[in-house]
Write a new protein. Structure first.
Lengths: 116, 211
């Protein structure tokens, strides 16, 4: 977070590469995020503030939901969220990387069956 | 919507940092996973996601540069044509800890970069097909096979559409014998949920070590 240039830099990087800039970490659109702060740091950009204002400390949202509510394209939202995570302002409640395992599929199946 | 694990019922009042009108997950939910709902334009993806989602489906828009997709169907277009691809998605909270996201995935091959991102980490895909335009599903099935993403197929039965026997659909789409093929009404929640159950049963069965 250094100064008011970052928002412009972000937009410029995004436009330059047609939305294909990589975020600083591998963030799936379905990854969950929560905030860790009460107030955004003074140096946060407009987009960072928008994302922080949206994220809750108690109840998670996915990266895709943050993108939709903050009115950011998913690729831009991932960059902003990854940066906020790098700064410890956002965190994920998920302990380990989730992969398709028989246990997970069984859990999904049971969950879906319970909804019918 | 009426089945939303409602945030209203949470005992603690929302902290001031939460925004009104945003459907946050219950605080006990800490894990997420995803499925794709794939299919060609206007096959019923958005309808499907809306009917099963527990929250009002959301939409984001990604700007794509045709040329950056590196595919040949853009030949003849001005070099830097940009289009917007809408991605709509919904979610289902499956138990106290786990939430499932459903991403309606645009089928056009020129959106390939977005596709790769969506497919990565997905459990599998439900491919919606329209019997009046079966040939348009070929490219999508090919893409999924290329990416090694397992899928099930569901015929979205539009009113007035000629009802094909599922066997002839299977043949026309050249599906393997074990690929689940069902019919559904994307506007109907129970019908749509059943197709998801068929898909996930298939995903589960193919993972179980066969003796
Ligand atoms: N009659 C009928 N119409 C449907 C059905 N599913 C979708 N539609 C309609 O078909 C159109 C395209 O559906 P949409 O969900 O937007 O398709 P998408 O482009 O794949 O997201 C919309 O006007 C829907 O209302 C269905 O099962 N039956
Ligand atoms: Mg749609």
């Amino acid at each position: 977070m250094n100064g008011p240039r970052r928002a412009r830099d972000l937009v410029r990087a995004y436009v330059r590469t047609g939305g294909l800039t990589r975020p600083s970490r591998d963030l799936d659109l379905s990854a969950l995020v929560r905030s860790t702060t009460v107030a955004p740091p003074v140096e946060a950009s407009g987009e960072e503030r928008r994302v922080l204002a949206l994220c809750s400390r108690q109840r998670a949202l996915s990266v895709a939901e943050v993108a939709a509510h903050a009115d950011l394209p998913p690729s831009a939202a991932r960059i902003v969220i990854a940066r906020l995570m790098d700064h410890g302002l956002l965190t994920t409640p998920t302990r380990a990387h989730i992969t398709a395992s028989p246990d997970l599929l069984k859990e999904v199946l049971d969950g879906l069956r319970a909804l019918v | 919507m009426d089945s939303a694990p409602s945030s209203e019922r949470e005992p603690v009042p929302p902290p001031s940092s939460e925004r009104e009108g945003v459907a946050y997950l219950p605080s006990s939910v800490t894990r997420s996973t995803k499925l794709l709902v794939a299919g060609h334009f206007s096959v019923g993806k958005t309808t499907f996601v809306s009917s099963v989602s527990e929250v009002e489906p959301l939409r984001t828009e990604e700007a794509m540069t045709h040329a950056s997709a590196g595919v040949d169907d853009v030949a003849g277009l001005p070099h830097k044509t940009r289009t917007t691809v809408a991605l709509d998605f919904g979610r289902l909270t499956l138990n106290e800890e786990l939430v499932l996201y459903l991403f309606g995935t645009p089928g056009q091959p020129r959106f390939l970069p977005l596709w790769h991102d969506l497919a990565k980490g997905a459990l599998g895909a439900l491919v919606l097909v329209d019997t009046r335009r079966l040939a348009q599903s070929d490219a999508i099935l090919a893409l999924l096979e290329e990416q090694g993403l397992p899928y099930a197929v569901a015929v979205n039965e539009f009113d007035g559409a000629h009802r094909h026997a599922l066997d002839s659909v299977r043949e026309a789409l050249d599906l393997t014998a074990d690929t689940p093929l069902t019919a559904c009404d994307a506007r109907d929640r129970a019908s749509s949920l059943h197709t998801l159950i068929t898909l996930v049963s298939f995903l589960f069965d193919r993972m179980e070590p066969t003796p």
